[in-house]
Design a binder for this molecule. Structure first.
Ligand code: SF4
Ligand code: SF4
Length: 406
């Protein structure tokens, strides 16, 4: 039977250039040069076609909501008229077809002027700001084209956004050599609505920064988790923790970096090309290109492209090691781009496998510790250790490492 994939979220690359030049940026600094061949801002015809195919797709699949995420480069470089065009067209079209569009933006925050804050608030666009921690941590990698740190400008934009009644979220690429407790305190002071911690974009051929074995990314995240989980009232939501907690309890939490569900995201490039998550460029330059374009193709045609099928099914299409792993329904084999090696393509566990094993087993155990023994027995929920998980998938090295650490 032919399965018709759906999509409920379009990442819209409304601008393809950026006023920052972060050292780890997969758009410009990890080998892929395709962003620089894109138009600087999305042409009006592409905006119109994007709205058209997305709302049509949502209506055909009976979706009540469809999310547009303004992205870049730095999306605020596109100018307000581009935003207004997309928002007004989506609302108008949505009324015709019974679909409510939602809007959010992922910005580096440095261009959040009073004008932009007013517009975003008026349009009802929820805001996510990229910030990697306190000034010394953020400014190591999030720099301008003249190598100056971006922190002060981001915080000025952040303060303006809050003054205008916006309550932005924060997206942080974690730096495991930084102090997790200071990062947590800093986030608490800023008061975001949610925090999304991302693992650096690496793979089996380009190893994690400072890779000396061990589980530094899990250790960093678990230090944050312990502080967050012990709060009487959680000050902000954290996607990675909520996802592990929800899936431990058997609840659905669709997401493209973890879990067992289908990913329902497409990326629409500035020139209208539709692709999978564009961090794949961090693995293989040009890998996110499909040749399918909103100007001539439907979203169904894009979703049928082999690359999008692979991305959308990535959490259920696993390598042999992941298939044998008892926590694969929580982990989902990790983010697709983190699985890549030139030798085996994406047929590998995540390069962060040991980190994910430790992170998931520790968070999971904290959740299961709260449940009565009878409930655990009835639901057949076993609080495995990292060593037990590694042993179940036949990973002797990981068993020894986990044994040493537990
Ligand atoms: S702000 Fe985002 S798009 Fe711009 S250079 Fe940094 S990571 Fe890349
Ligand atoms: S923990 Fe490792 S082996 Fe298990 S599903 Fe995740 S990446 Fe695969």
């Amino acid at each position: 039977m032919q399965i018709h994939p759906t999509c409920c979220l379009a990442v819209v690359k409304i601008a393809s250039r950026c006023n920052l030049n972060c050292t780890y940026c997969y758009m410009y600094n990890l080998g892929d040069r395709t962003a620089l061949a894109q138009p600087k801002t999305m042409p009006d015809a592409v905006i119109d076609a994007t709205v058209d195919i997305c709302m049509k797709h949502a209506a055909e699949h009976g979706l009540k909501r469809f999310r547009f995420v303004f992205h870049g480069g730095e999306p605020l470089m596109a100018g307000a008229s581009k935003f207004q065009r997309l928002i007004e067209a989506a609302r108008l079209r949505g009324r015709d077809v019974g679909v409510v569009p939602d809007f959010s933006i992922q910005t580096n925050g440095t261009l959040l002027t009073d004008y932009w804050c007013r517009r975003l608030a008026d349009w009802g666009v929820s805001v996510g700001v990229s910030l990697d921690g306190p000034k010394a941590v953020n400014d190591r990698q999030r720099v301008t084209h003249t190598d100056e740190g971006s922190y002060d400008k981001v915080i000025a934009g952040w303060d303006r956004a809050k003054a205008h009644g916006l309550r932005p979220g924060i997206l942080t690429v974690i730096d495991p050599v930084s102090a997790a407790d200071k990062a947590y305190k800093h986030l608490r002071e800023l008061g975001p609505i949610n925090v999304d911690f991302l693992l650096p974009d690496v793979n089996h051929d380009r190893r994690p920064p400072g890779d000396l074995g061990g589980t530094p990314h899990a250790d960093w995240l678990l230090d944050v988790f312990r502080l967050w989980y012990s709060e009487a009232e959680r000050p902000f939501r954290v996607r990675v923790f909520e996802q592990i907690i929800a899936t431990t309890l058997g609840l659905a939490y669709p997401n493209d970096s973890m879990g067992a569900g289908e990913n329902e995201i497409v990326v629409i490039e500035t020139d209208g090309e539709v692709g999978p998550v564009d961090t794949l460029r961090a693995a293989i330059p040009g890998a996110s290109r499909t040749g399918v374009n909103v100007l001539r193709d439907s979203l169904a045609a894009a979703l049928d492209h082999p690359l999008l099928r692979q991305y959308h099914g990535s959490n259920s299409s696993l390598c042999a090691t992941c298939r044998a792993c008892p926590i694969n329904r929580i982990c989902g084999g990790g983010y697709l781009s983190h699985r890549y090696s030139a030798a085996r393509g994406f047929d590998n566990p995540s390069v962060y496998c040991n980190d994910l094993t430790k992170l998931i087993t520790v968070v999971r155990r904290n959740v299961l510790d709260m449940l009565p023994d009878e409930a655990l027995r009835q639901a057949n929920l076993v609080p495995w250790s990292a060593a037990e998980v590694a042993a179940a998938r036949g990973d002797i090295v990981a068993v020894l490492t986990a044994d040493r650490e537990e």
